[in-house]
Design a protein around this ligand. Sequence first.
Ligand code: SF4
Ligand code: SF4
Length: 187
Amino acid sequence: MGVVVKKVELSWLDRTYVWPVMKGMGITFQHFLKQLFTPTAKRFTIQYPDMKKAMPEGYRGLHELKRFEDGAIKCVACFMCQEACPARCISIEAEEFSDLNITQGFEEKRPAKFSIDMLRCIYCGMCEEACPKDAIWLRKDYEVAAYDRLSMQFGKWDLMNTYSEPDGKERISEDPTPSVPRRTIAL
Ligand code: SF4
Ligand code: SF4
């Protein structure tokens, strides 16, 4: 059923267009004053990027490939995340871990290559849910920008290191093979 829209007749004051503009400016000024006297933490607008909003619990942001305390990657290249990803944006190449690891009862595989196409990712969190080793997390970080498409292909070392400095962890470019059995290392 159609709705009859009531035609609004403009008064002579409105027809001058000065009064409506003044009314609009008044509302803008009202908001300006309100923001000016509102404590910083409660403001709608913040001085980004100097200030950043804390994301709510459960927010799904950028990925991180987790490491053990000794720096070794937690991922065992099981391909579960790749299978679960609805956007088909995860690509993994597995490699065998050293004989030392196998004899000491460690996992026998790790990813030689692990990449996520961040331009295709829909941040659904399915990879995180599918991972049996708790090796991939979606963090609350949300800043991702690049000048070209290639830079949006996050590789293994990007995913392992991106957040290392804010977390106080050293950046690494090599997956260290532990010299002692993993079960003796505090996780
Ligand atoms: S968040 Fe979703 S779309 Fe992105 S990599 Fe993980 S499973 Fe794929
Ligand atoms: S991140 Fe997790 S699910 Fe994906 S390959 Fe590694 S261990 Fe498997």
